[in-house]
Design a protein around this ligand. Structure first.
Ligand code: MN
Length: 249
C-alpha cells in the first residue's frame, strides 16, 4: 500500500511525524507538507507563482505552497505511483463542525478525494490554554492510522473523506461516527495602530464551545471520544434544492 501524508501546520510541525511513524507499518509512506504553516488556508491553490519542492529526507518533501498544492504536486509531480490513501495531519487543533470549511488539513484530504483517492484528515482537539508539551499527538496518530487502515481495507465512495478529531488525552474513550455540529467562536476584528501610526486589523476570536446537539462531533469529542465524520465534496443541499426549485417553476 502507498500512503501520501500531508498537513497544514508545516513540514516541521509536531503532529506530522508521529503520524508518519504510525503509518509506516501500513505501507510505503510519502510526505508532501508545506514548508511553512498554512493553517486556515482552506483549499487555496498557488496559481501565480512557482512552487518549489525540497526533498528533506527520502520521499519527504517540504513544499513552498498550500496544503492543497502539496497533495496536487504529490499526485502529479512527486510520487512515483498513485497512492492508495491520502492522510492529512495530525493538525495542532480541532477541525470540528464548521472548522472544516477553513481547514487546510481537511482541504489536503479533500484534494485527494477530488482526485479519486480516499482520504483521512486527523486533528487533535485541545484547549487553547494547554501547553504544547502536554499534547498527545501519539494517541491522535494511533487513532489516525487505525482509521486509515480501515479505509485501505474497505475503501470510500468517490469524492469522500473521513474527518477525524481526537481529544487530547493519553487514551481516548473510544471511536464514534457522528455528524458535524456547529463550532462557535468569539467575533473579533481588533483595530490597532502600528508603530508608524498606520491602522491595521487582527481577526479571529477564541473558541466558545459547540452547538448542534449532544450527538454532533464537538460535543462527543469533548466527552473524550475520537469522532469520525464522513464528508463529501458534493456540498449540494438536497432539501433546499427542492424548495428553491418551487420559486422558479
Ligand atoms: Mn493547522
Amino acid at each position: 500500500m502507498r500512503i501520501l501524508l500531508a498537513n497544514d501546520d508545516g513540514f516541521h510541525a509536531p503532529g506530522l511525524w508521529p503520524l508518519y511513524e504510525a503509518l509506516l507499518p501500513l505501507g510505503d509512506v510519502w510526505v508532501c507538507a508545506p514548508e511553512r504553516e498554512q493553517s486556515a488556508r482552506s483549499h487555496a491553490l498557488t496559481m501565480h507563482k512557482p512552487l518549489r519542492a525540497r526533498e528533506r529526507k527520502p520521499q519527504c518533501y517540504a513544499i513552498s505552497g498550500t496544503p492543497a498544492d502539496c497533495v496536487y504536486l504529490g499526485l502529479h509531480g512527486l510520487l512515483e505511483d498513485r497512492p492508495d490513501v491520502i492522510v492529512s495531519g495530525v493538525n495542532r487543533g480541532a477541525n470540528l463542525g464548521n472548522d472544516v470549511l477553513y481547514s487546510g488539513t481537511v482541504a489536503a484530504a479533500m484534494e485527494g478525494a477530488l482526485h479519486g483517492i480516499p482520504a483521512v484528515a486527523v486533528s487533535l482537539h485541545f484547549d487553547w490554554t494547554q501547553e504544547v508539551e502536554t499534547l498527545h499527538f501519539d494517541e491522535a496518530a494511533r487513532v489516525g492510522a487505525l482509521v486509515a487502515k480501515q479505509v485501505l481495507e474497505r475503501g470510500l465512495p468517490h469524492r469522500r473523506l473521513l474527518n477525524v478529531n481526537v481529544p487530547n488525552r493519553p487514551h481516548v474513550e473510544g471511536l464514534r461516527v457522528v455528524p458535524l455540529g456547529e463550532r462557535l467562536y468569539d467575533v473579533l476584528a481588533d483595530h490597532r495602530t502600528d508603530p508608524r501610526g498606520r491602522p491595521y486589523w487582527w481577526i479571529g476570536g477564541a473558541p466558545q464551545g459547540f452547538a448542534g446537539g449532544e450527538e454532533s462531533d464537538g460535543a462527543v469529542c469533548d466527552e473524550g471520544f475520537a469522532t469520525i465524520t464522513p464528508l463529501s465534496a458534493d456540498l449540494t443541499d438536497h432539501d433546499e434544492l427542492r424548495r428553491v426549485r418551487t420559486w422558479f417553476s
